[in-house]
Design a protein around this ligand. Structure first.
Ligand code: DX5
Ligand code: ZN
Length: 220
């Protein structure tokens, strides 16, 4: 199982995104949190900013859409050249159609779940997906504490993915740090968003490397 570290820039300087991204050369992808103050009680940035980020980096872009009416807005992020687009299942009216559309536009299709949303009703959707994102905080803000209550769902999702076979990534997002990443790896996650842990570190790139080495050295 490959380990991927995909830092969130939510707690970086949002007015200087390209130079903030240049500070984490060791990352596997850059996680961009799009919020609309409807699906979550916070507002960040949208497509025009993502397009500028795309023009300024060759890193894989991992777009996390925390927006209402996501079926309407998500395809444009794939068209803008993002390699991965996550829609929240709670915000999608037609997730099968949306996942197929994202893939047809050349992006990886990813489904996000809030902490209290179960994975089981969506088992049949897994074949349409390249990644499942499990929120380990309530979405909306960086810097919150990791919710251990989600660990059993990470385990159950890992079991469903293993049963299916293939290579669907399992990402965790929220409160992931040097203290909590081991629990996530043990539960079966392989792709890790860390926002404040990375950007509040004195050396963000060293933290990316540290998270990777903790994750790679446990459970292997
Ligand atoms: C929260 C976002 C996360 C957030 C993670 O709603 O989806 O990506 O930036 O930040 P930390 O790692 O600080 O919890
Ligand atoms: Zn996120």
């Amino acid at each position: 199982m490959g380990i991927r570290i995909t830092p969130s820039v939510l707690n970086a300087d949002l007015a200087s995104l390209n130079s903030e991204i240049a500070r984490i050369p060791s990352c596997d992808a850059v996680h961009l949190d799009v919020m609309d103050n409807r699906f979550v009680p916070n507002l960040t940035f949208g497509l025009p900013v993502v397009e500028k980020v795309r023009a300024g980096t060759d890193k894989m872009l991992d777009i996390h859409l925390m927006i209402a009416e996501v079926d309407r807005w998500a395809p444009a992020y794939a068209e803008a050249g993002a390699e991965s687009v996550t829609f929240h299942i709670e915000a999608s009216d037609a997730p099968v159609k949306l996942a197929r559309e994202l893939r047809s536009l050349g992006a990886r299709a990813s489904m996000g779940l809030r902490p209290a949303t179960p994975i089981e009703p969506y088992e049949d959707l897994l074949g349409e997906l390249d990644m499942v994102l499990l929120m380990t905080v309530e979405p909306g803000f960086g810097g919150q504490s990791f919710l251990d209550i989600v660990l059993p769902k990470i385990r159950r999702t890992r079991a469903l993915l293993d049963k299916r076979g293939g290579d669907i990534w399992l990402q965790v997002d929220g409160g992931v740090s040097a203290e909590t990443i081991e629990r996530c790896v043990e539960a079966g996650a392989d792709t890790f968003v860390a926002g404040s842990a990375v950007y509040r570190a004195d050396d963000p790139d060293a933290m990316v490397q540290q998270l990777r080495s903790i994750a790679e050295s446990c459970c292997h």
